[in-house]
Ligand binder design. Structure first.
Ligand code: ADP
Ligand code: MG
Length: 693
């Protein structure tokens, strides 16, 4: 085995050169993601235990909390019992103790006769025998029990490398390794923020004396992880703001007046506030990088159009991008409504426009004749030459597409406004979207009807249909939404096509029922949507397609089947479609589920109409994983901190990080050298931070 003297140890040295690690173990470590000494240091335990001093079995008393050390004599899995339990007898030469673990089938093959076991818990009794119930335990791998066997970390292990082995390897070199760990902050700051020293934190993480050291270690290391992430975001933001320039777009009183005349209503207080924020951004040469969030129907499009018209008034071009053609068309129709008789030149580009016509459109864009260009994100990212693109507006509906932001920034640096109808919970606003400015339209325009949401079971449907029939007779319209277009193989999930047949033939034969789904041809879809808009179709059966782009105030009923298959944010989004007039609207969530979590999840929809509240709930239930994957924010995933559980720490770290970057934007000063080096090590690839200074 190659073994360097420990004096030469360094953080980027392969673990193979550590005491107790040869090529085989190094390979096993690599499978766990540990290549270097630094990786090992950051290999976080999944748990810690602190067993009391062991006592001999003959000495134990009833109800005493004790640690026993003994040999496993026999084991059995009592699977026919209810609840089932795993049973073991442990003997320490002074006596024997029965141990049971309920519902622990996984212990089969894990705890086996002949093993040495450390167990600790409260002594009970079973038919005159001593018994421990559900005690914590450690399997001793060596014959000899070291003094440190009774406490320490439990590491995520593999078949080739047990937690105990990792523990021993880490311990052997810990003192030396920890000495290499750089500190980021001065003593005053640490004290003020109630943070342990970084070297101590690592020592306590891997070799704590008690629970409080574990706690302190975790607090410090979680803080560091969040702080580094936030610093990276702050730097990215600084770079965008200071190394690229946008056209300054002025909004004079006259311009403001002329734009407002376009709207047949007064703007709401929220709209005015948000427009103020945008106008002040546009006036600067720092490119705007703003997220505009607000529920469906809250009036974002109007705000976006205002911003677009400011650019047009400054003789510059605007691109409005939507995720789908349907939505792009919808935007275009909306814009047309407001721009009737205006000489603003606007165009909708779709995939269907080809040949001469397309060439003409592209020429007009390139010459600068066209002011507002509407299309899908995909289309507008193709090779369209703009004469003077000053503002890009991206409607994400409910998707968060941070890549697209990044891509757009490559060539020119237009101002950028991203609209999203999914309220972004505070936690995500601080992380995935941490480098954006955020504007919120909280309150919808007045005169919106209330939505009454009810969760029902499939067996309640006949009653629901009668209720709906009454509304249809009163000339209202309804949506029926299904999770799928066609049946799944097992027929568990109701599907749009089959239910369309059922609803049109059996349930509502006296009304017109229409079908709309993603696999239909474009003009066919358009025809169906037009008929629904004109009221010729009374019931529209659909997949989630209607989520984007349909705006029919008279439709005030929505039935969502298989509701448990949708995310809460998505359900909220969907039902937003029926709050487009002053009438009361009804949303029925149909789900066949006995699962309590699923039920209580849906019941949130009955209780709350607040998109933010719903999004926070959704995040708590599903975890940030999907929303906060590195795909979304372009940063490596967090290893120890959790943005929901550690929200307070996140808030603190964010404040500190942004203050730091404000004070020393390039992290040039000597006191920030270590932070800078660590950021380089962690984020160089993902953020392109290498060139920061
Ligand atoms: P969003 O884009 O947020 O879904 P829109 O901008 O499309 O919302 O507005 C939804 C509906 O509300 C549209 O029919 C629009 O004409 C109307 N609207 C928007 N702002 C106002 C306002 N200030 N007063 C009255 N109606 C408004
Ligand atoms: Mg809209």
């Amino acid at each position: 085995m190659t073994e360097k003297p420990l004096d030469n140890i360094s953080l980027d040295m392969p673990v193979q050169f550590l005491k107790g690690v040869g090529p085989a173990r190094a390979a096993a470590f690599e499978k766990l993601g540990v290549k270097t000494v630094a990786d090992l240091l950051e290999y976080y335990p999944r748990d810690w235990y602190f067993a009391p001093e062991p006592v001999k079995i003959e000495k134990v008393k009833l109800n005493q909390t004790v640690t026993l050390v003994g040999i496993v004599e026999s084991t059995d899995f009592q699977y026919w019992r209810k609840p089932s339990y795993f049973e073991a007898y442990v003997n320490d030469e002074t006596g024997s103790c029965r141990i049971i673990w309920f519902n622990s089938k996984f212990l089969q093959g894990k705890i086996i006769p002949g093993q040495k076991l450390i167990v600790w818990g409260k002594i009970g009794q079973y038919k005159h025998q001593l018994q421990l119930t559900n005690p914590k335990f450690v399997i001793v791998e060596d014959d000899e029990i070291a003094a440190d066997s009774f406490s320490g970390p439990v590491y995520p292990a593999s078949a080739e490398l047990s937690s105990g082995q990792i523990k021993r390897i880490v311990r052997q070199s810990l003192e030396k390794i920890v000495e290499l760990v750089p500190e980021f902050f001065d003593a005053g700051f640490l004290k003020k923020s109630n943070l342990a020293e970084r070297q101590k934190a690592f020592k306590w993480l891997h070799n704590p004396e008690d629970e409080s050291q574990v706690e302190k270690a975790n607090r410090r290391l979680k803080y560091d992880e969040l702080f580094l992430m936030q610093s990276a975001l702050a730097l990215r933001r600084y770079k965008v703001r200071n190394f690229s320039r946008a056209a300054a777009l002025e909004c004079t009183e006259l311009i403001d007046k002329r734009i407002r005349k376009r709207f047949p209503f007064l703007l709401t207080e929220d709209q005015d506030k948000v427009i103020g924020e945008i106008v002040s951004d546009l006036a600067k040469t720092v490119p705007m990088n703003r997220l505009l969030q607000g529920d469906v129907g809250s009036g974002k499009t109007v705000v976006a159009l205002y911003a677009a018209l400011v650019a047009v008034a400054n003789k510059m071009q605007v691109a409005i991008m939507a995720p789908t053609e349907i939505l792009a068309e919808q935007h275009f129709i909306n814009i047309e409504r407001y721009l009737k008789n205006s000489d603003v030149k606007r165009v909708l580009i779709t995939g269907g426009i080809t040949g001469e016509k397309r060439k003409e459109i592209l020429d007009d864009i390139q010459s600068g004749d066209t002011n507002i260009i509407v299309g899908t994100v995909a289309l507008l990212q193709e090779d369209i030459q703009f004469a003077n693109l000053a503002l890009v507006i991206i409607d994400e509906q409910h998707k968060f597409g941070v890549h697209q932001r990044a891509q757009l920034r490559k060539d020119a640096t237009p101002h950028c406004l991203v609209m999203t109808a999914t309220p972004i919970p505070r936690t995500l606003a601080m992380t995935a979207f941490g480098d954006l400015d955020i504007s919120v339209v909280k309150h919808s325009p007045p005169g919106r009807g209330q939505i009454i949401t009810r969760c029902i079971q499939p067996k309640d449907l006949p009653k629901a249909y009668e209720f709906i029939r009454e509304r249809l007779k009163a000339k209202k319209q309804a949506y029926f939404v299904y999770p799928r277009i066609v049946d799944s193989e097992n027929g568990e999930v109701k599907a749009a096509i089959a239910e369309y047949e059922n609803l049109s033939k059996n349930i509502f034969p006296e009304f017109n029922v229409g079908l709309l789904h993603g696999q239909m041809a474009g003009d066919n879809k358009q025809k169906i949507m037009d008929s629904f808009r004109k009221g010729k179709i009374h019931c529209l059966v659909s997949t989630v397609l209607i989520e984007v782009g349909i705006d029919v105030p008279n439709a005030t009923i929505m039935v969502i089947e298989g509701a448990d298959r949708f995310g809460l944010a998505q359900l909220h989004q969907l039902r937003g479609r029926i709050a487009r007039s002053s009438s009361k609207a009804y949303c029925l969530l149909v789900a066949q589920t006995e699962n309590e979590t699923a039920k209580s999840r849906l019941e949130i929809m009955e209780r709350s109409n607040d998109g933010f509240e719903i999004a926070e709930h959704d995040l708590k239930i599903r975890g940030p994983g999907e929303l906060l994957s590195s795909r979304q924010h372009g940063l490596p995933d967090l290893k120890i901190a959790n943005i929901i559980d550690d929200f307070d720490l996140l808030t603190l770290a964010r404040k500190d990080a942004f203050e730091l970057v404000e004070k020393d934007p390039m992290l040039k000063s000597a006191e920030h050298k270590n932070i800078r080096a660590e950021l380089g090590r962690k984020f160089a690839d993902s953020l392109g931070l290498v060139d920061v200074g």
